[in-house]
Write a protein of this length. Structure first.
Length: 234
């Protein structure tokens, strides 16, 4: 499965709008369109504003099809590699083909993340919304930042201004900031980055606030897959 969302380009042809469970097992409204000669299924998200396929303001990191692991401060190479391995495993389970890379300490993306962090934190407290806003501004002029960025920080050095953010934070724009790098926490925050806005009530699901498990419950896994369109070759 390829991570493909509706871009600003106009489809060749609108085919139909359906709730057929054979098309979408989560019973979400699905648009079927023809785009560049292919049939594409677009499951729509339900928000307070109605159905949508994604915000025009969102950084569409999936277009780059790349997830970059960055370490800031006292974060070892082993920790970054473990995080990368957890993400590769998760993306494989979900059938997504995103490339996962580990950035070096002197790479442009690491230097940029460090600069943004300095400007969006005070006495070790990270304002993640400020970080996200500045990152998206820089993405406009710097293509190397447009993929997803997973930034690991040392929990002894950093915390979040949001008291509810203990393990980390995840944004649909393609940003995860991790204080906790155990597998459950990594998978939980990547779930948020992939579009799971709320926490699950299932006591055995990784999307529960406490991250009690490494696994997604059947409902969350199906919902997560349904957030992304499915391309059928013809």
């Amino acid at each position: 499965m390829c991570l493909l969302s509706i871009n600003d380009k106009k489809p060749d042809k609108f085919i139909e709008r359906t709730r057929d469970k054979s098309v979408n097992p989560c019973n979400l409204v699905t648009f079927i369109i023809q785009y560049e000669g292919r049939k594409i299924y677009i499951p729509l998200r339900r928000t307070n504003e109605g159905w949508r396929t994604g915000s025009n303001q969102r950084n569409k990191w999936e277009v780059e099809n790349k997830i970059i692991i960055v370490g800031i401060g006292k974060v070892s190479e082993d920790v970054k590699q473990h995080v990368a391995d957890y993400i590769r495993m998760l993306m494989g389970e979900l059938g997504f083909d995103s490339k996962v890379e580990v950035a070096g300490k002197d790479d442009q993306v690491t230097r940029c993340a460090n600069e943004i962090l300095l400007g969006s934190s005070s006495q070790g407290a990270i304002d993640d919304e400020s970080f996200m806003g500045e990152l998206n501004k820089r993405r406009v002029r710097d293509a190397t930042l447009r993929g997803a960025i997973v930034m690991t920080v040392n929990p002894q050095e950093y915390r979040f201004t949001d008291p509810d953010a203990i393990y980390g934070v995840g944004y649909e724009d393609g940003l995860v900031i991790l204080r906790e790098t155990r597998e459950e926490a990594v998978r939980h925050e990547i779930g948020h980055m992939l579009g799971m806005h709320s926490h699950c009530k299932n006591p055995n699901c990784v999307m529960k606030w406490e991250c009690p498990s490494k696994r997604f419950c059947k409902s969350c896994k199906a919902n997560l897959k349904a957030l992304w369109s499915r391309v059928d070759p013809e």
